[in-house]
Design a protein around this ligand. Structure first.
Ligand code: ATP
Ligand code: MG
Ligand code: MG
Ligand code: MG
Length: 560
């Protein structure tokens, strides 16, 4: 492409409202412009990078057996009522009405839409497994859109959804996506870590986030270099947690009455609207109330206290008057979300790690397995893992570092297939809910995250795989011979399938050099009077600053 014909509006000054490097550089290098809070236009150069990344994502997902489709962004509210999320998703959901007054939303994620498609189309185990994905704009009315496209309100996401006949199938699909994600981020040359993660508003049981390590990250990654344990701080555990919680559990005196209300009882007691029904298990511990919450009968391992907190307003803390089940009535009013979630996750981690699992079993009377099926919230003791604490899995020590969540994979189980009735007939003709997974990659966020890891004081330093152009040719001076030579090399490289940007603008050399550094193509070739005379090309590598004199034919093989 010739720069004289392209729209690449670079800026000298750093825009005042851009706090983080990627936001500043994406504006300065002419990759994007802001339309409104959290809403951006991707300019030609920025869009090229986005497409480069999308292509890598497509290649790896297709290789893993996923198929691309495109779902509508505009979605009828009825579908979201079926999953219960029209209410539960909260204010992040962009809601609107059509001219007839019907409710719609703009998709923040597409579990409902894809499940609706599959429930009507897929009937037999023979059609499974299935993995479908799309790359599309998503809408989330983020409370604090910031850092440019790192946290936008309209942003591009790749979302994939897998459908399997059972948990083993899901495990296989999940692993394939996990591996594909590792390939994707490695190919982009990013320093990243997969970490154990919470499932948030999407729900489900197991989950991993893929974190690009960078100071601008809003998450904290806790990791152990010795055994590779890594978790989001929200979930992370250290050896000191294990000891404390273990000891506390030993002290628990759990009431051995039927410690669960029926859905109906609970709904009546808590005055919960029918569509938000849950089951709750309450224990009287020695000094405190223990709470487990479960949704649905069939498979409840998808329960996160985070979801449930939207469903029932429970006051868990600061009330010492609870005794046994009668106290269910006492659980009303506002809840301290942060505290409860952390506590719940700590105990679940405990169970998962097998430390307290055995201790927990049989303490309640519902047909669920604590390890698999529910979370217990222990009301006291909220703490976070600190730098240097001992790893729970080995003798190593834990480090904390900020990370940008660029992707997440979830085991959903039947969280959506059950309420939406996405069933199939198994080998014996028995109807079963499909077992689902979902897998997101923030396309635009990853592009910004790549810049957070690859820049210097002069601008962006693109990893080869994401660069808008691999090579930029700078044409210096007005000499015809120089222009011809530049054009010739441009054509030669282009015909070899290399992406080349030719800076043929009528600008001063200084402007061209500055823009080239700012835009950050990996290889810069300068053609001026001197290089013509010498016969060799002046090549400079953006990353290392290394300057080479090369013969173009020789160099071609190295460039690719
Ligand atoms: P966060 O914790 O940062 O709010 P999330 O956990 O809500 O993200 P997911 O529902 O897991 O996001 O969505 C899948 C991916 O989409 C995320 O891993 C992230 O890369 C991207 N993403 C989510 N929200 C945004 C946003 N507001 N702007 C840009 N990318 C986003
Ligand atoms: Mg979010
Ligand atoms: Mg998250
Ligand atoms: Mg996430």
């Amino acid at each position: 492409m010739k720069m004289s014909q392209m729209y690449i509006p670079t800026l000298k000054e750093t825009p005042a409202d851009a706090e983080v490097i990627s936001h500043q550089l994406m504006l300065r290098a002419g990759l994007m412009r802001k339309l409104s809070s959290g809403i951006y236009t991707y300019l030609p150069l920025g869009y090229r990078v986005i497409r480069k990344f999308e292509d890598i994502v497509r290649e790896e997902l297709n290789k893993a057996g996923a198929q691309e489709l495109l779902l509508p962004a505009l979605q009828p509210a009825e579908l979201w009522e079926e999953s219960g999320r029209f209410q539960n998703y909260g204010p992040e959901l962009m809601r609107l009405k059509d001219r007839h007054g019907r409710d719609f939303c703009l998709g923040p994620t597409h579990e409902e839409v894809i499940t609706d498609l599959v429930r009507d189309e897929v009937r037999s185990y023979k059609e499974l497994p299935l993995n479908l994905y799309q790359i599309q704009s998503k809408y989330r009315d983020e409370i604090r859109p910031r850092f440019g496209v790192l946290r936008g309100r309209e942003f591009i996401m790749k979302d994939a959804y897998s459908f399997d006949i059972d948990e083993d199938g899901l495990q296989e699909s999940y692993q394939k996506m996990y591996d594909a994600y590792c390939n994707i981020y490695s190919r982009c040359g990013l320093e990243y870590r997969p970490v154990e993660a919470d499932t948030g508003a999407i729900g489900g049981s197991d989950s991993h986030e893929f974190m690009v390590l960078a100071d601008a990250g809003e998450d904290i990654v806790v990791y152990c270099e010795d055994c590779n344990y890594a978790a989001n701080l929200e979930l992370a555990k250290s050896k000191s947690d294990t000891i404390e919680i273990d000891e506390e559990l030993k002290e628990l005196e759990v009431i051995d009455t039927p410690a669960i209300t029926t859905i109906e009882e609970l709904v009546a007691e808590l005055d919960i609207p029918a569509e938000k029904m849950i089951k709750a298990v309450l224990y009287q511990g020695k000094d405190e109330i223990i709470l487990a919450l479960v949704r649905g009968d069939y498979q409840v391992n998808d329960i996160k206290l985070g979801n449930l907190l939207d469903i029932v307003n429970l006051e868990l803390i600061n009330d010492d008057a609870y005794e046994g089940l009668d106290t269910v009535k006492g659980f009303t009013g506002p809840v301290n979300l942060g505290d409860v979630r952390i506590i719940a996750d700590e105990l679940v981690m405990e169970v998962v790690n097998g430390v307290a699992g055995a201790n927990q079993t049989d303490k309640h009377h519902i047909n669920v397995n604590p390890q698999r099926d529910f979370k217990v919230a222990e009301v006291a003791d909220i703490r976070e893992v600190k730098e240097g604490e001992k790893c729970i899995h080995c003798d190593g020590h834990l480090s904390l570092t900020p990370g940008i969540e660029v992707g997440q994979v979830f085991k959903l189980g039947t969280k959506y297939s059950e309420p939406l009735g996405a069933t199939f007939l198994d080998e014996n003709g028995k109807s079963k809910p499909m077992v689902m997974g979902c897998y997101g990659i923030g396309i635009t966020r990853t592009v910004a995250a790549a810049i957070e890891q690859n820049y210097d004081e002069d601008g962006i330093v693109w990893p080869k795989a994401l660069a808008p152009f691999l090579v930029e040719i700078l044409v210096l001076g007005k000499n015809n011979e120089v222009s011809e030579k530049a054009e010739q090399i441009y054509n030669q490289l282009t015909s070899e399938g290399i992406d080349v940007l030719l800076d043929d603008r009528k600008e001063r050399a200084g402007v061209k050099f500055n823009d080239a550094d700012l835009i950050g193509c990996p290889i810069r070739i300068t053609i001026g009077g001197r290089s013509l005379k010498e016969g060799a090309l002046e090549v400079k590598l953006r990353k290392t600053g290394e300057e080479l004199k090369v013969e173009i034919d020789q160099y071609l093989s190295q460039i690719k």
